[in-house]
Design a protein around this ligand. Structure first.
Ligand code: PXP
Length: 247
């Protein structure tokens, strides 16, 4: 069980701002290097099929220049698998993707797409990548992830983050689901990560769960960087994570 909880900084929304005006500013690579210097343990980027934020060139630049691991989020398509095999990131996190969604709305249906996902991950596993599946905190999905040979599950914390702001009781029920899911996954031999929607207000209860080894956080950190700068934004998240883990 991990004593140190890793922080993966998702830099997608630096690319969102850049793409709002075209050109190359602000640079996701510069943000990744700043986050790395501020203590990020890894950088996460989601290459979406529609390339709405991160581009193929961003992945190339990140792979060439960062010294912490890159966790590449992608949909289970042939194109994305070919890109992963070409760039060889440290880890691949498979997420569901719908073109019309604003962000990743739910976890993968591993049970429903068991055979397809199993075939999809095989060459990636053979190539030595760490395979992570982004799932809702549901026991059947987690058991199936373990059965098809995933190394990691990343538990979707979006519902917990949304509900805990508006309805504390519902938030607490969601947190219990996440805790049970983390425990089940660790027992099944999976490494446990979590992410989506985490903020300074919601991170501590998740960070306190002892099975969780990594949090991947993006939108809030990049947003908070507008007000306090990226290094301070990352450092404060790290401080809260350390505080939660110590308590
Ligand atoms: N984990 C996964 C699998 C995601 O798809 C995302 C969003 O790209 C995140 C974590 C980070 O979510 P947020 O940007 O809300 O912190």
């Amino acid at each position: 069980m991990a004593s140190k909880l890793r922080l993966g900084v998702n830099i997608d929304h630096v690319a969102t701002v850049r793409n709002a005006r075209g050109g190359s500013y602000p640079s996701p690579l510069s943000a990744a290097l700043l986050a790395q210097a501020a203590g990020a343990d890894g950088i996460t980027a989601h290459l979406r099929e529609d390339r709405r934020h991160i581009s193929d060139r961003d992945i190339l630049e990140l792979m060439d220049n960062i010294s912490v691991p890159l966790n590449l989020e992608l949909a289970a398509t042939d194109e994305m698998r070919e890109i992963a095999l070409r760039h060889r990131p440290h880890a691949v996190c498979i997420v569901p993707e719908k073109r019309e969604e604003l962000t990743t709305e739910s976890g993968l249906d591993v049970v429903g797409h068991r055979d397809r996902l199993s075939q999809f991950i095989e060459p990636l596993r053979d190539a030595g990548f760490r395979i992570s599946l982004f799932v809702d905190p549901t026991s059947s999905q987690i058991e199936c992830a373990a059965e098809i040979g995933a190394d990691i599950i990343e538990i979707h914390t979006g519902t917990y983050c949304e509900t805990s702001v508006t309805n504390r009781d519902a938030g607490s029920i969601e947190l219990d689901r996440i805790a049970a899911a983390a425990s089940l996954a660790a027992t099944a031999g999976l490494e446990v990560h979590a992410g989506h929607g985490l903020t300074y207000a919601t991170v501590k209860p998740v960070a306190a769960l002892p099975e969780i080894m990594e949090l991947n956080i993006g939108h809030y950190l990049i947003s908070e960087a507008i007000f306090r700068g990226l290094a301070a934004s990352v450092a404060e998240m790290r401080r809260l994570m350390v505080e939660a883990r110590a308590s």
